[in-house]
Design a binder for this molecule. Structure first.
Ligand code: 5GP
Length: 175
């Protein structure tokens, strides 16, 4: 039986594949003489991190950080908590934050401030999705996969109450 909570497909599996290949090629060219340390933001970015890293033809390194900004609700609380911190030292590293989605921009702003304080050689953000027009301040995003309408989406790493992360595409969630 079809799930009544699943709405329109927002980004298909094929569109994800194509765009991630492009992002990987662009990152490979930009970082050719300084392989980056990829910092994946758990849990939502795990699938994007996996595919993006395979599209980058450099000896990248990996670390992960888990933050929480939502709890189980579908609206930003504005409070960002570190659930799991990085294992590696960022000093003098070229750090590329890999995010699933930027909505209000609060999480991204918090991560940037927190990681900049650790003295990296450079710090950029690659987000798979950017929601149109909801940012409270101008987010500083070097790489954006797709700009999407301001709807709640799930799939390809993104959940609602820990479910639907394993969909191979991004779909609107209807409450
Ligand atoms: P922001 O701080 O930019 O408002 O929110 C960023 C975080 O909120 C994301 O990393 C993600 O965990 C969550 N989030 C924002 N929009 C959505 C959405 O449409 N679907 C899901 N599943 N999570 C979202």
């Amino acid at each position: 039986m079809p799930d009544p909570h699943l709405g329109e497909i927002v980004v298909s599996a094929e569109a994800l594949r194509q765009r991630i290949a492009e992002l990987g090629a662009q990152i490979t060219a930009d970082y050719v003489d300084r392989p980056p340390l990829l910092v994946g933001i758990l849990k939502g970015a795990f699938m994007f991190m996996s595919d993006l890293s395979r599209a980058i033809d450099l000896q990248v390194e990996f670390d992960f950080m888990a933050v929480s900004s939502y709890g189980s609700a579908t609206r930003s609380s504005g409070v960002v908590r570190i659930i799991k911190d990085l294992d590696l030292d960022l000093h003098d590293r070229h750090v590329l934050i890999v995010e699933d989605i930027v909505d209000s921009g609060l999480t991204q702003g918090y991560l940037r401030r927190t990681l900049m304080a650790r003295d990296p050689a450079s710090l950029e953000v690659c987000t798979l999705l950017l929601k149109e027009g909801l940012q409270k301040s101008d987010p500083d995003l070097k790489y954006v996969g797709f700009t999407i309408p301001p709807r709640f989406v799930i799939g390809y790493g993104l959940d609602v109450a820990e479910r639907h992360r394993n969909l191979d595409h991004i779909v609107e969630y209807l409450p």
